[in-house]
Design a protein around this ligand. Structure first.
Ligand code: AMP
Ligand code: MG
Length: 400
């Protein structure tokens, strides 16, 4: 058996490196910036009002309450056409540019309309009250975001405010997902004897998307070497990476292993972990293929440990953003396990009690028991031995 770290390092060294490109901003959520972003303009672009109210000369309000003459009306989106002179005010809406002459805004709640052309200002305004300065958010020439920034909705909003429609970023990798097995069927209907429904492919398509990549559904491959060979070649030509499940253990019908072997692309490991011991990996014409085990929990855990970090490395994520975070938690009850030379990854539910993370095993721990995985939000990393006792500190990889 090989250790988890050794196999992870081999895979990270084998996958293609990230290549920067340009991405449309509308598709950039979760992508990694490949260059510095420098502002080419001020945000906001002009001085404007933060409030609905009246644009005034602060000096005219020093004896408040005072009556000012209303000489205009200015909604957002329009340029002022007249200035504010002594004793005058312009009614103004949030976001509208400051008219010449005015240097403060009095919010509408502190005023009272006084006839057709007048307003009573009830409070004294100071120079600059409720005025947003040009460049108050971002200045022309500012270094806004650095390379390796992972783009959040707020980053995308800032980039849009600066006029970007495309950004320098590492493109989303296209990942083809294939299930293998004669027993698999999809959709509704009664199962024939021996059949089960394909749960891995929908799950892995979701995991690929959650990792920030583009998921491509390539269907089910039967346990037939010629058919699976053709599927793999097509997938390698149209995708940047391939994820399969099933057919990688030591049985007679382990089609993924057999086909990768014939293509001269097979690396096969028995990793010292439970679940997800067997793993096949290879490069088909340079395209990495991850042959994950068939049992659904094993597939999920194997994706988390091997495929997700590799895909994120291919998408340019900084080292600290490649892996899931690991936290120290308190085991709420004993988590007995058998000493077997392997690291156990138990599915747990983690919550924060105000002082500590607390971990509780979630559901059955068999490698086909996916319901326990569904209610888990972490994988407890249990070193070889009898397992932690209640109250012991354990390491937990957070999945959310
Ligand atoms: P295998 O490694 O192909 O022998 O598969 C191991 C176990 O996982 C068997 O019980 C399979 O029926 C099950 N399995 C394989 N692929 C899937 C899948 N896509 N969905 C659900 N179960 C699967
Ligand atoms: Mg199979």
């Amino acid at each position: 058996m090989d250790s988890l770290e050794v196999v992870q390092a081999r895979i990270r060294a084998a996958v293609p490196s990230a290549h920067a490109g340009m991405a449309p901003l509308r598709d950039a959520l979760g992508l990694v910036l490949a260059a510095d972003i420098v502002a080419g303009e001020d945000v906001p672009p002009f001085a404007n009002t933060a409030m609905d109210g009246y644009a005034v000369r602060a000096v005219d309000t020093f004896d408040a309450p005072v009556r000012l003459r209303v000489v205009g009306d200015l909604p957002a989106g329009y340029a002022p056409t007249i200035p504010v002179g002594p004793g005058e005010a312009i009614r103004i809406m949030t976001g509208a540019p400051m008219p010449d002459g005015a240097d403060a805004i009095v919010m509408v709640e502190r005023t009272e309309r006084d006839g057709e052309d007048g307003v009573t200002i009830q409070v004294r305004a100071e120079h600059g009250d409720h005025v947003r300065a040009p460049g108050g958010d971002v200045h022309d020439g500012d270094d806004v975001f650095g390379p390796r920034t992972v783009l959040s909705p707020a980053h995308i909003g800032v980039l849009a405010s600066l006029g970007f429609t495309d950004v320098p970023a590492y493109p989303r990798v296209r990942v083809g997902v294939i299930s293998t097995g004669d027993e698999l069927r999809e959709g509704p209907g009664v199962l024939a004897p021996g059949q089960i429904r394909d749960s891995n492919r929908p799950m892995l398509l979701g995991l690929v998307q959650e990792a920030g990549a583009e998921a491509v559904d390539l269907g089910i491959g039967r346990d037939d070497e010629a058919a699976v060979t053709a599927m793999f070649r097509d997938a390698a030509a149209s995708c940047d990476a391939i994820i399969t499940s099933g057919g990688v253990s030591v049985g007679d019908y382990d089609v993924v292993k057999a086909v990768l072997g014939q293509l001269g692309a097979l690396e096969w490991w028995q990793v010292a972990i439970k679940p997800a011991k067997p793993l096949a990996f290879g490069l088909i014409d340079g395209t990495p293929i991850f042959g994950l085990p068939g049992n659904p929990v094993s597939s999920h855990v194997s994706f988390e440990l091997f495929a997700r970090p590799a895909l994120r490395q291919m998408m340019g994520f900084a080292d600290g953003d490649v892996d899931r975070p690991v936290v120290t938690a308190i085991a709420s009850a004993a988590m007995p396990r058998r000493a077997d030379g392997r690291l156990h990854l138990d599915r747990v539910r983690v919550h924060y009690d105000g002082d500590h993370y607390v971990a509780v095993r979630s559901g059955a721990q068999a490698s086909n028991a996916l319901a326990g995985m569904a209610s888990a939000n972490g994988l407890a990393l249990l070193d070889d031995g009898p397992g932690p006792t209640a109250g012991e500190h354990i390491q937990v990889m957070l999945l959310t």
